[in-house]
Design a protein around this ligand. Structure first.
Ligand code: PBG
Length: 357
């Protein structure tokens, strides 16, 4: 399926990095005029022949927002074309996704505000919106993979991914206990891949141990290992209804956008604790991190084209400033070139259809 760019490219980059990036690598040859790089680009067939990265529907995970109700669709203001769906419509969406060849979907509930509290207790209710959706989709479309976020933000009245103490700090170890309970409830419902997006320390190990102890040894964990405190999550918080009431920011647990090496430490810990796959988030502004993580660990590496990236591209395309199809395909291909094995994208169904044409 997804693959790193050819070995040649990898060693080229590594070699250049070792030398400090100044001299031209010998792999490129003697130079002009013997080397004319435009020769290979001259025709469409030749460009296709030498293409390194490829994008297929197999590379895409489609995030779907959920709401209560029946035949209910609620558009997300800051994400034109994206709507929150009631479970019956989410089942239809999942059928559609399987039909067009998407391997997996990711579910995000917009919890009724009356059910949100300081403890995020709805997260541990086996009958909550996301668990009901998982069961319904598993029954109707058993062949599609289901990814569930592990984080408390759709359930807490303060909008944080963890639990808050009396001083307004996010309490790591109490949060991990809560996240373990949430993970178990979702695994029980039939979720295939648990995706902890909370950035608490130690949660991957704790969740892995609990899965082992409770008969869920086969449940995969995709850790949001390098998740940054980003301005690109705004529209998502609107979609799940966690933005307006967010108290403060998430900088004490999500990473500082200035840091790259720290991402490697985060990934190393999550791999040691039992993550099967890792994610970098946001996407496009963090392709250097995707590349470094894939190079350093070689394990399945995902990137998230976030709600803010979606909104920015759609807004420009709607004004006629960008060519919608071309920027979507180019950005997604860039993730592949950077070494991502797969990409979470709100464009997933549109792209799967485009690629089929
Ligand atoms: C929740 C979560 C967020 C996203 C995925 N899971 C938002 C956040 O951390 O505040 C962002 C997805 C997107 O912007 O598309 N922990």
């Amino acid at each position: 399926m997804a693959s790193l760019p050819s070995d040649k490219t990898v060693s080229f980059h590594t070699e250049r990095a070792k030398r400090g990036g100044s001299e031209a690598p010998t792999a490129l040859g003697a130079g002009y005029p013997a080397a004319r790089l435009r020769r290979n680009r001259r025709t469409d067939w030749s460009r296709r022949l030498i293409r390194e990265a490829r994008l297929t529907p197999d590379d895409l995970i489609w995030p779907i927002f959920l709401i209560d109700g029946e035949r209910a669709r609620a558009e997300v203001d800051a994400m034109p074309g994206v709507a929150r769906l009631s479970i019956d419509l989410a089942v239809k969406a999942a059928e559609d996704a399987a039909e067009i060849g998407l391997p997996a979907i990711a579910l995000f509930p917009n919890t009724d505000p009356s059910l949100r509290d300081e403890a995020g207790s709805q997260a541990f209710n086996p009958g909550n919106l996301v668990c009901r959706a998982v069961r319904a989709i598993k029954q109707a479309v058993p062949e599609i993979g289901i990814v569930c976020d592990v984080a408390l933000d759709p359930y807490t009245s303060h909008g944080h991914d963890g639990l808050m103490d009396d001083e307004g700090r996010i309490d790591n170890d109490r949060s991990v206990e809560a996240l373990v309970n949430q993970a178990l409830v979702q695994a029980e419902a039939g979720c295939d891949i648990l995706a902890p997006s909370d950035m608490m320390d130690g949660r991957i190990g704790a969740i892995r141990a609990a899965l082992e102890a409770n008969g869920f040894a086969d449940t995969q964990i995709m850790s949001y290992a390098a998740k940054y405190a980003s301005a690109f999550y705004g529209p998502f918080r609107d979609a799940v209804g966690s933005g307006a009431q967010l108290r403060g920011d998430k900088k004490t647990y999500q990473m500082d956008p200035a840091n790259g090496g720290e991402a490697l430490r985060e990934v190393a810990l999550d791999v040691a604790e039992g993550a099967d796959m890792v994610m970098v988030k946001p996407g496009l502004p963090y392709l250097d991190i995707v590349w470094r993580v894939k190079e350093a660990f070689g394990l399945p590496t995902f990137a998230y084209q976030t709600s803010g990236e979606y909104a920015a591209l759609v807004a420009a395309a709607d004004r006629g400033w960008l060519d919608r199809e071309r920027v979507i395909l180019e950005t997604l291909l860039s993730f592949k070139r950077a070494g991502a094995d797969g990409i979470f994208s709100y464009f997933a169904p549109e792209v799967a259809r485009l690629l089929k044409r």
